[in-house]
Write a protein of this length. Structure first.
Length: 285
C-alpha cells in the first residue's frame, strides 16, 4: 500500500493522503515519519478517488458508493466464499491485482464488478550490504512457524540454521537473509504473489520456496529456485544446495535476472497509466 501511495505522489497530476485507524500500529509503519501524509479523518467526500485494500471496504458504505474506487487485490483468497474479503467482489471498483493468478481467481467467481488490471507486485528494497562470504541456512517461517521449526530440527545436525518465526525489524531480517548460503521461504499455499522469495532472489541467494499460486508469476522450478512442499523436502533441497556449489551458482544467476524484471519503476508506470485513465475505467465499471 505504501508503494502505491508514493506512486500517486510521484504523478504530477495527483496528491495522496492516508487515514490511519486509531488501532493502527506505528512500530514499523512507513507513514510514521510523514505527518503531511496523514488525514485526521476518513472523509470520502473530500477525495476525487478512493484507494481501498483488504477490509477497508467496511469504512465505505454501499449507499455512498459513487466516487471512483481503486481496489488493491493482493490475495487469491478474495475469491474464497468462506473468506470475508469475498463479500466485496460485487462492489463497483477498478481492481488492481498483484498477479495474474489473483486476477484469474476473482474473475472465475463471476461476481467482479468493474475492470480488472494486473500489475505484478514490485520489489522495493533498501540498500543492503552483501557479505563477503555466506554460510548456513536462513528459514523465513513467519507465516508458517511450526513448519519452520520442523525444518530447522531436520537441518540443525548438518549445518548452521537461523530460523525467523516472528517478525523482525526490516534491516535485521534482510541482513539475516543475505548472510545465508541458502534461503528457505515458507508461504501459505494460496498467496497472491509472495515477495520474500523474490527478495531473496534479488540478492542472489539460492532459494527454496513452496508453490503458492501467486508466485507462479516469477517462480521457475529448477531454474531460479527449488520447490518444496513439506519439512522433509525443504530440508533435502537445502542440503542439496549446500553440497552443490554449481547448482547454487546457476540458481543465483537466474534468480537475479528474474528479480530485475520486477522493479518499482515498472509498477509505478503501470499504475500511472491507470490514474491517467481513471475516468474512462470508472465509466466502464
Amino acid at each position: 500500500m505504501h508503494d502505491y501511495f508514493n506512486h500517486v505522489r510521484s504523478h504530477p497530476g495527483w496528491w495522496a493522503q492516508v487515514h490511519m485507524d486509531p488501532a493502527s500500529s506505528w512500530d514499523d509503519n512507513p507513514w510514521r515519519d510523514d505527518p503531511d501524509a496523514l488525514s485526521p479523518s476518513f472523509d470520502p467526500e473530500a477525495a476525487d478517488v478512493l484507494f481501498l485494500g483488504g477490509m477497508d471496504w467496511l469504512q465505505y458504505p454501499v449507499d455512498h458508493h459513487d466516487k471512483p474506487v481503486i481496489n488493491l487485490v493482493q490475495h487469491v483468497r478474495h475469491a474464497d466464499p468462506d473468506e470475508p474479503l469475498f463479500q466485496f467482489l460485487d462492489r463497483r471498483a477498478i481492481r488492481i491485482c498483484v498477479s495474474e493468478p489473483v486476477a484469474h481467481a476473482i474473475q472465475r467467481t463471476g461476481r467482479v464488478r468493474g475492470p480488472v488490471v494486473v500489475i505484478d507486485a514490485a520489489l522495493n528494497l533498501p540498500p543492503v550490504a552483501l557479505p563477503a562470504h555466506r554460510s548456513g541456512v536462513f528459514i523465513d517461517a513467519i507465516k508458517r512457524p511450526s513448519l519452520g521449526r520442523r525444518i530447522a530440527d531436520l537441518l540443525s545436525p548438518h549445518c548452521d540454521v537461523l530460523l525467523s518465526d516472528r517478525r523482525l525489524p526490516r534491516s535485521e531480517y534482510l541482513g539475516a537473509m543475505v548472510s545465508a548460503e541458502v534461503v528457505l521461504t515458507l508461504p501459505h499455499d494460496t498467496e497472491g504473489f509472495y515477495l520474500p522469495a523474490l527478495e531473496a532472489m534479488s540478492f542472489g541467494c539460492a532459494v527454496v520456496v513452496g508453490d503458492c499460486v501467486g508466485n507462479r508469476a516469477y517462480l521457475r522450478p529448477g531454474v531460479n529456485a527449488l520447490v518444496a512442499d513439506d519439512a522433509a523436502s525443504y530440508a533435502t533441497a537445502a542440503r542439496t544446495l549446500l553440497a552443490d556449489p554449481d547448482l547454487r551458482t546457476r540458481l543465483e544467476q537466474a534468480a537475479r535476472q528474474t528479480a530485475n524484471a520486477f522493479g518499482l519503476e515498472r509498477e509505478r508506470k503501470a499504475f500511472h497509466r491507470v490514474l491517467d485513465a481513471v475516468d474512462e475505467l470508472w465509466s466502464n465499471a
